[in-house]
Design a protein around this ligand. Structure first.
Ligand code: FAD
Length: 450
């Protein structure tokens, strides 16, 4: 947080030091806890899992421990980098130039520079010009609110034309959003292009992605140490069961272990539909708004190999026969010395949070994904695969529907002292840690108002 903003918030609110309870120990809850403690407040942070981190948590894949879901840091992720500085990890970030691939009609193409783009055989030169123009136009737009009123497919058809929409954009939109793309506004593609274009703006128009050796596990550990230094009470394996107002008018959290704690203010950082069930005493209108926020979840198969498969960090897939959205070759970014010499691949698939895929067994999903993966890379043999595991999360990305910002509930609920802040409040960006921190910080002023 910039010092000037910090000082202004402190000077305005210094008289009102309060006791805060925060539900959810992901990046959102941790950032809010950190900033409130910096302002002198007394903060308790409650996390249901044995460790903090939520979607950014690690897991073990054989002898390798790395993020359960893939994470990179971009040069343009200024909020994330500021946070890394505060927790003492800024100088640990390793920046790497990465390459991008495209898998179209059963063939793999490199799309990492202008020459490769011009050679890409799927589009003719006129379509390529329009595709390049689409990206340029999106990168220059500042007023995203106008785009909220336009369906993403209409906007892309206008700038890229029908062929590129059908051959490139629609498969990519389906891969990332499932059938929800039909309800999505042009803000989605604008925000995606802004983020990726931002990554190329610095330096020589090259993609520079970063990571901290040890992955997000190291970041979460350093962040937790910071919270402890700030005397924040971090309580893990402490699942909130209910948030409501006590007889004396103060918000209380009751927990699965049947304990109850009272605060001046409570912030719930869980996905909107879950928050609406947790908080007792919301109005019908609030419940309707919270439940109206549509989430996509992710099913992500991680694979460890004893050989590399490509030079690409991301391979985008426009082939509808492949069950996953893309191939993320983490070890094309992360030095293999941090991965016990292995190649680490993620195969993500984004689906609605109520998709029947979530009820399929891990074994079934694993063989479905891995069989397709082997077809994509025919040189791959069973003996090359040392580990395959399935990670799932039902509430990850909110669908940026038409007029999304107008559909969002405010953060302060009608329950006295109870606020709900989560990543659904990212109105003009994609889901990532940088935007999560930005939302937390941008809501501080409003949270602190009586
Ligand atoms: C597949 C994937 C890829 C990603 N890639 C990137 C990337 O490359 N770069 C990037 O910057 N970001 C990336 N992200 C996004 C990043 O992980 C999120 O922006 C961030 O982790 C969101 O944090 P959060 O705190 O809002 O949510 P969460 O992480 O979901 O945190 C919510 C927390 O609440 C806890 N909780 C739930 N119920 C209760 C309860 N009843 N009581 C107490 N606690 C409870 C949960 O256990 C969890 O820890 C990716 C995410 C995914 C899923």
């Amino acid at each position: 947080m910039a010092k000037a903003i910090h000082d202004e918030i402190v000077s305005v609110h210094k008289m009102a030091i309060k006791k805060w309870g925060i539900v959810g120990g992901g990046i959102m809850g941790m950032t809010l806890a950190h900033r409130l403690a910096q302002l002198g407040h007394s903060v308790s942070l409650f996390e249901a899992a044995p460790n903090l981190g939520g979607l950014a948590s690690p897991w073990k894949m054989g002898e390798v421990e790395w993020d359960k879901f893939y994470h990179v840091i971009l040069l343009s992720d200024l909020k994330t980098r500021e946070m890394l500085d505060e927790i003492g990890l800024k100088d640990k970030v390793e920046w790497v130039e990465t390459k991008t691939g495209f898998y179209v009609d059963g063939k793999l193409y490199s799309m990492s520079n202008s020459v490769e783009f011009l050679k890409f055989p799927v589009l003719n030169i006129f379509d390529k010009f329009r595709l390049g123009l689409t990206i340029l136009v999106a990168s220059k737009i500042r007023n995203w609110r106008k785009l909220e009123k336009i369906p993403v497919t209409s906007w892309l058809r206008k700038w890229s034309g029908k062929t590129t929409l059908t051959k490139i954009w629609l498969p990519l939109l389906r891969a990332k959003l499932g059938e929800s793309y039909q309800r999505t506004s042009a803000v989605f593609i604008w925000a995606t292009i802004q983020r990726l274009y931002g990554a190329r703006k610095s330096g020589l128009k090259k993609e520079m992605f970063g990571y901290v050796p040890g992955g997000y596990k190291k970041i979460i550990e350093a962040f937790e140490n910071k919270l402890t230094e700030q005397e924040i009470k971090v309580k893990k394996m402490c699942a909130a069961k209910e948030v409501r107002v006590s007889a004396n008018g103060k918000p209380i959290i009751s927990f699965e272990n049947n304990s109850i704690e009272e605060f001046d203010e409570v912030i719930v950082t869980l996905p909107s539909g879950i928050a609406s069930c947790l908080c007792k005493g919301l109005t019908e209108a609030e419940i309707k708004k919270l439940n109206g926020i549509e989430y996509l979840g992710v099913i992500c198969v991680a694979v460890l190999l004893n050989k590399s498969i490509s030079p690409f960090y991301i391979t985008n897939i426009t082939d509808s026969s492949v069950p996953f959205t893309g191939v993320i070759e983490m070890s094309a970014l992360v030095d293999k010395k941090y991965l016990a010499g292995r190649t680490l691949i993620y195969l993500p698939k984004y689906v609605n949070s109520d998709d029947p895929m979530f009820s399929r067994s891990d074994e079934d999903l694993k063989s479905y994904f891995v069989n397709s993966f082997k077809k994509m890379y025919p040189d791959l043999r069973d003996e090359n695969i040392e580990f395959a595991g399935v990670a799932k999360a039902k509430h990850v990305i909110t669908v940026a529907k038409l007029n999304y910002s107008e559909l969002l509930p405010g953060i302060k609920t009608t329950i006295p002292g109870v606020s709900i802040i989560n990543t659904s409040h990212i109105k003009d960006g994609t889901l990532n840690v940088n935007e999560t921190i930005k939302v937390a910080e941008s809501k501080l002023e409003e949270l602190l108002q009586p």
